[in-house]
Write a protein that binds this ligand. Structure first.
Ligand code: PCA
Length: 163
């Protein structure tokens, strides 16, 4: 009962599409226990198209909150505790730089199998939090957009933000 409550009430699902993904420059922050807890659950595509652009002098990825434009975007699903959710909100400068919104997803892979927890098979539809932005510069919607973010991609726009 306690485990169930902990998993269903205090854990939140977040879809990450940028530097927080596996193999990307900020993924380690989700596995730093000082920031809270996170667990990889699977991968997914957005149901709607969104522009995923890379911009600013730091080459930061942004999902612009303009549904219907761009591509269906690939990302990863994590469950996070309250402490990690607060850490991520702070790290992503919510609400100025990004806003934490809800996105509809089509599941591609699911590895989460905690007892008492919903299992989502490939092809199923779900929704969860994501960091998007509507506080973007006027020229950002004109930038090239990507289906799947990789800091080391052919675009040559390597992430270079340092705190
Ligand atoms: N971090 C968040 C939003 C963009 C970014 O780099 C993410 O990976 O989803």
């Amino acid at each position: 009962m306690c485990v169930r409550l902990w998993s269903s009430v205090l854990m939140t699902r977040v879809f990450v599409y940028g530097t927080l993904k596996k193999g990307q420059p900020n993924n380690y922050r989700m596995f730093d226990s000082n920031n809270g807890k996170a667990e990889y659950l699977g991968s997914a595509f957005t149901i709607q198209k969104y522009p995923l652009v890379i911009t600013t002098e730091y080459n930061i990825p942004f999902l612009l909150n303009i549904p219907g434009q761009g591509h269906r975007v690939h990302g990863e699903i994590y469950k996070v505790d309250d402490q990690m959710l607060k850490f991520l909100d702070d790290f992503e400068s919510v609400p100025t730089m990004y806003q934490r919104t809800v996105v509809q997803l089509e599941v591609k892979e699911w590895v989460g199998k905690m007892e008492g927890e919903e299992t989502l098979s490939p092809g199923s539809i779900t929704e969860m939090f994501v960091y998007t932005t509507m506080t973007y510069q006027p020229d950002w919607p004109l930038l090239p957009c990507y289906e799947s973010y990789d800091s080391e991609g052919d675009h040559g726009l390597k992430y270079n933000y340092k705190e």
